[in-house]
Design a protein around this ligand. Structure first.
Ligand code: CU
Length: 146
């Protein structure tokens, strides 16, 4: 009995482990490339439809956002209608450090973004965060994280 089981059981176990590995890899790959298309049902992960869009010298569309800790805002700089921006925390084009802000925009050097680029900003700490562009002071957005 045991001798007959072994050749069947080991490959079955291997297949199960292989399937689990494939599923884990697929989940990781999907999270890295899929962006903010899914989710939205609360909790961690990207917030559905929370996109901050840059134009030539302004933000276009929504500039106030309410998300939960662990969720993200997707900063999009469209290739056809965007511009070169330097995104930081602060207001009126002036950098101001805000504790808990995403690391990409938390330093005075800021986040350089070129047309055609998309950057995911993940907010892990509750609070109110202000986003501006050091090149274009009118570019201002607010993210409230609860
Ligand atoms: Cu700008």
């Amino acid at each position: 009995m045991r001798l007959r089981f072994a050749p069947v059981t080991v490959p079955a176990l291997f297949a199960t482990l292989l399937l689990a590995a494939v599923l884990v890899l697929a989940a990781c790959g999907g999270a890295a490339s899929a962006g903010p298309s899914g989710g939205g049902s609360g909790g961690a992960g990207p917030a559905s439809g929370q996109t901050l869009t840059a134009g030539v010298s302004t933000f276009v569309g929504p500039t106030t956002f309410s998300i939960h800790a662990g969720q993200s805002i997707t900063l999009v700089d469209p290739s056809a209608s965007g511009g070169i921006h330097n995104i930081v925390t602060g207001t009126g084009g002036l950098f101001s450090p805000e504790t808990g802000a995403p690391t990409q925009i938390a330093a005075a050097s800021g986040l350089d973004i070129q047309p055609g680029s998309t950057v995911v900003l993940t907010f892990t700490q509750p609070g109110t965060y202000h986003i501006t562009c050091t090149i274009h002071p009118p570019m201002q957005a607010t993210v409230t994280v609860s």
